[in-house]
Ligand binder design. Structure first.
Ligand SMILES: [Zn+2]
Ligand SMILES: [Zn+2]
Length: 213
């Protein structure tokens, strides 16, 4: 079957996200998603906890701040420490039984891998709804994926409930985390989606600021 999954969502376990477990559930269902990957910054505890508590299909993941830029590990059950080189980060993700995604590989204003993407990655996030400038990043990421011949995925990088589902990956798999991850590694998936509207981003920044003060 074909599953519609947003592979990049931050919850309140990331200090810069507003998405509570309740929001996650509400907006994922509203957007018609079959599942989400929770990818909080350098944490896995929230993802594992929420995965147990919701009836939503959750892929536990983490967005790791490697020395060379952000890397997403999906289906990892233990923490991969930040501030390691990209190669060691990939080793740790694979040792933990997960797959590694080069997220927003070339966008500005984010910790991007830029030239450090190799065929050792299992997939490239060619569409990231929060990336800037959006069309340029999608085009360049598609080119890198073609050159390396690795799978293409998409995620919203949502930090605010209404942003969930702006991008998603269609995966040919049964609704089971191990099966989904296996299908992505094989390339049985396709990226879809668009940029988060500017108005929504401004509202989110305002809400995040208001929470801080
Ligand atoms: Zn990132
Ligand atoms: Zn992110």
């Amino acid at each position: 079957m074909q599953l519609k999954i947003d592979l990049h969502v931050h919850t309140t376990y990331s200090s810069d996200s507003l998405i509570t477990p309740k929001d996650l559930d509400f907006y994922a269902k509203k957007r018609g998603l079959d599942g989400v990957a929770i990818t909080d910054h350098d944490r896995i505890d929230g993802a594992l906890k929420i995965a147990k508590e919701t009836d939503l299909l959750v892929i536990p993941g983490t967005e790791i701040s490697s020395l060379n830029g952000h890397v997403i590990g999906l289906n990892v059950n233990e923490l991969v420490p930040p501030k390691l080189g990209v190669d060691e980060t990939l080793d740790r993700i694979h040792d933990a039984g997960g797959i590694a995604i080069a997220c927003h590989p070339i966008t500005f204003f984010k910790e991007s891998l830029k030239g450090r993407i190799s065929p050792r990655f299992d997939a490239i996030e060619v569409i990231n709804s929060s990336a800037f400038p959006f069309n340029y990043t999608v085009r360049r990421s598609q080119e890198i994926a073609s050159t390396l011949g690795i799978a293409r995925v998409a995620g919203s990088d949502a930090h605010y409930g209404p942003e969930i589902g702006y991008a998603y990956t269609l995966v040919d798999a049964e609704p089971d985390v191990d099966e989904i991850v296996k299908a992505i590694r094989k390339g049985s998936c396709s990226p879809h989606g668009k940029a988060i509207p500017l108005k929504m981003r401004i509202k989110k920044e305002f809400l995040i600021l208001r929470r801080k003060f």
